[in-house]
Design a protein around this ligand. Sequence first.
Ligand code: NAD
Ligand code: UFG
Length: 338
Amino acid sequence: MAILVTGGAGYIGSHTCVELLNSGKDVVIADNLYNCKKSSLDRIRALVSKDFKFYECDIRDAEGLQKIFDNEKIDSVIHFAGLKAVGESVEKPLEYFDNNVNGTLVLLDVMRKNNCKKIVFSSSATVYGMNNISPLTEDMEVGGVTNPYGRTKFMIECILKDLYTSDNDWSICLLRYFNPIGAHKSGTMGEDPNGIPNNLMPYITQVAIGKREFLNVWGDDYDTPDGTGVRDYIHVVDLALGHLKAVEKVEADNGLFIYNLGTGIGYSVLDVVRAFEKASGVKIPYKIAPRRAGDIATCFSSSEKALKELGWKAERGIEEMCEDSWRWQSQNPQGYPD
Ligand code: NAD
Ligand code: UFG
């Protein structure tokens, strides 16, 4: 039996596929290649001992998905496919609701028709909204999100909870990611954003290779130790290993499970800049700029529930996250080849 990985050619999906395949699981990837390069699939192949099937398929295409279920023995789904740029979602809300929410509805309907009722979903710490105080625990009220991207994650969580209530044969795991950074140790796989990066680490690595002049630090007047925003950065390989545990959980038990995937530790923007400079030996010039709309001061997880119930905890520290991000960026200045 195989795991269908939607969005498996993207940043987190590709790292997860490496860990799934190396643990002996059968994997089928479905991706429409909207936000990735096909060459990421070759990079996965080079790191694993076992092959996998790839379908160029949009999750909104029910017929395309049905063909995958006809051809393969799919037992469970890890659902990464989605659009993820907060700013873009404000400009293009309809595209975000269509791709993320409608795409998930189409996927769930095809799964139900094929009696496949096990799913792990990529949610986000963004569902905790602006008002909860860190460390964030899974039992806190969610909602109050400030942008269309975040709302798609919140809405999909609601849909999956309602689905489980309607039919307890489903087994559903909502994974709330904190801030994934880092790259595979080999330096052959990593994050490859289009255009100007929104997120901190890819921006820093592009400054380091000389693609950008300096980093804008969005605000130094927050109520945090050095005034800059504090986040829970997690190594993408730790995140990938969390998916292995989560898929084993939905394979073993029925239920609706919710876990934070974070380290439980918060670092400020300037902490990350310093850690990166130490790991790379490259100075990162920065300027303090006004706060970015929608940002909160502090966001970090409680990671106790995932440890208790999945036996998972993040093992890789900030130094390793920075070293691995730098190895990827310096060895692949243009990202993945076309
Ligand atoms: P990514 O863009 O690198 O990967 C997503 C993949 O999904 C891409 O390869 C893209 O081509 C594919 N895709 C998008 N829409 C599709 C569709 N309709 N049909 C088929 N494939 C489609 O992003 P990522 O960072 O790997 O994120 C994976 C998931 O995790 C996303 O759902 C994202 O919202 C969520 N997430 C990411 C972060 C983060 O900081 N990276 C944080 C929290 C949650
Ligand atoms: N930051 C800068 N300069 C930059 C980029 C970011 O100072 O050029 C700061 C931000 O203000 C924030 C911190 O660095 O304090 C982290 O910002 P990111 O954009 O890297 O990450 P966010 O915490 O804002 O959001 C990310 C994802 C969201 C996801 C959220 C929680 O982008 O999609 O983590 O998982 F919802």
